[in-house]
Write a protein that binds this ligand. Structure first.
Ligand code: AMP
Ligand code: MG
Length: 425
């Protein structure tokens, strides 16, 4: 039956469908209270989220700190030719004296032929002629006119880097899963690799809605408040890992909201909308999402805070419309968005750590909604804090945990064991 409640869309519900419901369902339908339980909501997120560790071809030069999603193969032998490691003379080894017949500098072709007893002037990085079999460093050479004299007979192939010494064409240069550092970027360039496949950072767009919102740092005018959800949600993302975040803002206007959401859905892995999802006359997010064909997976959760919490999908983009009240938005992020992101990152839907601790506080729950209460873990007990209002962040800023009170629990006694969600530090 629970499933049926969720699947009902009031706008398309037929009388036949209503008739197969029990009285409770009728009550829910009448009051437009199609709510699902917290656990069900988490299940739905898991069922509908896919690992987005997708491969993205990007320019190697923009891949610093990213993780390779495919092995990289060398495009060349490195070095591509026998290469002089020093400034000096390339010789065709014979005895101690050689006649200098030419010069090869870095970048030159080395077609010059050297016979036994002959040498060419050569410089670091230059191609060594095939017919030379050693390079003698200039410090060990005495030159008189066109003749050089060496202190010793050189060792064969000394000071010559063999072709392909570092890596051969077609060999694996860097393996999938490796995080690229500056040297790796240099190495890719060295091997002629201009594009690589990366595990992409999820692209998350955050839209804040509300005519009343003003950017902190500017003067607060009458009726306005400072906008705080975008920075808070971005910081909550940073607590998890690396994301490609874009912050967007829109007024309480249907067309603008719709346009902004439509734009934000492009090239995104996740869209977070803050505010405008409730039932006020100026809440346009729900309608805009529906009109844009975002598939609703749930819209209301039997919880406090965050009863209006929309979760849906537009193709592969996960969409959360979070309540605008700051504390509600953050709790919904920690409980739901966090899980979805871990799924997208391929981290097995890891949720924030939950522990059982003794409560140091007494708490009486009003109503039948599950509750997430700002709390402070001290030692092996947890204290429920004063000031649970959804509009306040004062308490939240001091909290290090949330106490989860399931919908079927109506009070917490001192010393009762409770479920505690540990917040990121
Ligand atoms: P709403 O969900 O849009 O009805 O907003 C609920 C409450 O949260 C209102 O008091 C808003 O002013 C406030 N609110 C909404 N968005 C933000 C935001 N981005 N920053 C701070 N407060 C907000
Ligand atoms: Mg609003």
């Amino acid at each position: 039956m629970t499933r049926l409640y969720r699947d009902f869309d009031l706008r398309n519900t037929t009388i036949e469908q209503v008739l197969i419901c029990d009285n409770y369902a009728l009550y829910l339908l009448r009051y437009n209270e199609i709510m699902i339980e917290v656990e069900k909501a988490l299940e739905i997120i898991q069922e509908n989220t896919n690992f987005i560790g997708k491969k993205k071809r990007v320019m190697a030069n923009e891949a610093l700190r990213h993780v390779l999603s495919e092995d990289v193969f060398s495009k060349v032998d490195m070095p591509p030719f026998r290469q002089s490691a020093m400034d000096g003379y390339a010789v065709n080894v014979k005895a101690n004296d050689y006649r200098v017949i030419g010069e090869v500098k870095a970048g030159d072709e080395a077609t010059i032929e050297i016979k036994e007893g002959e040498a060419v002037r050569i410089f670091t990085g230059a191609a060594v002629p095939d017919t030379a079999n050693a390079v003698v460093i200039q410090e060990r050479v005495t030159r008189k006119g066109n003749v050089i004299s060496l202190e010793d007979v050189p060792k064969l192939e000394s000071n010559i880097r063999p072709k392909g010494e570092q890596i051969r064409k077609g060999e694996i240069a860097l393996e999938s899963g490796m995080k690229l550092n500056a040297a790796a970027i240099g190495y890719l360039n060295m091997l002629g690799v201009v594009e690589v496949s990366l595990v992409t950072k999820p692209v998350v767009k955050i839209i804040t809605t509300g005519n009343e919102l003003i950017k902190p740092g500017t003067e607060l005018t009458s009726g306005k408040i400072y906008e705080s959800n975008s920075a808070m949600l971005q910081s909550a993302l940073n607590e998890i890992g690396e994301f490609d975040v874009e912050l967007l803002k829109v007024e309480d206007d249907y067309s603008r909201t719709r346009e902004m959401i439509e734009k934000a859905l492009n090239n995104s892995d996740m869209l977070l909308v803050s505010g405008g999802i409730s039932v006020g006359d100026y809440d346009f997010v729900g309608k805009a999402l529906r009109d844009l064909g975002v598939k609703e997976l749930f819209y209301k959760v039997n919880q406090k805070p965050g009863k209006p919490l929309f979760y849906g999908k537009k193709d592969e983009v996960s969409v959360f419309a979070l309540p605008g009240n700051p504390a509600s938005a953050l709790t919904c992020f920690y409980v739901y968005v966090h899980k979805a992101l871990q799924g997208q990152l391929g981290n097995n839907f890891k949720e924030l750590k939950r522990v059982k601790l003794k409560s140091a506080s007494h708490f009486l729950k009003r109503g039948t909604r599950a509750q997430f209460l700002k709390a402070s873990v001290v030692g092996d007990s947890v204290m429920i804090l004063e000031g649970q209002s959804s509009a306040m962040l004062k308490t939240y800023a001091l909290a290090n945990a949330l106490v989860y009170v399931p919908s079927d629990l109506d009070k917490i006694e001192v010393d009762q064991e409770v479920e505690v969600i540990l917040l990121p530090l």
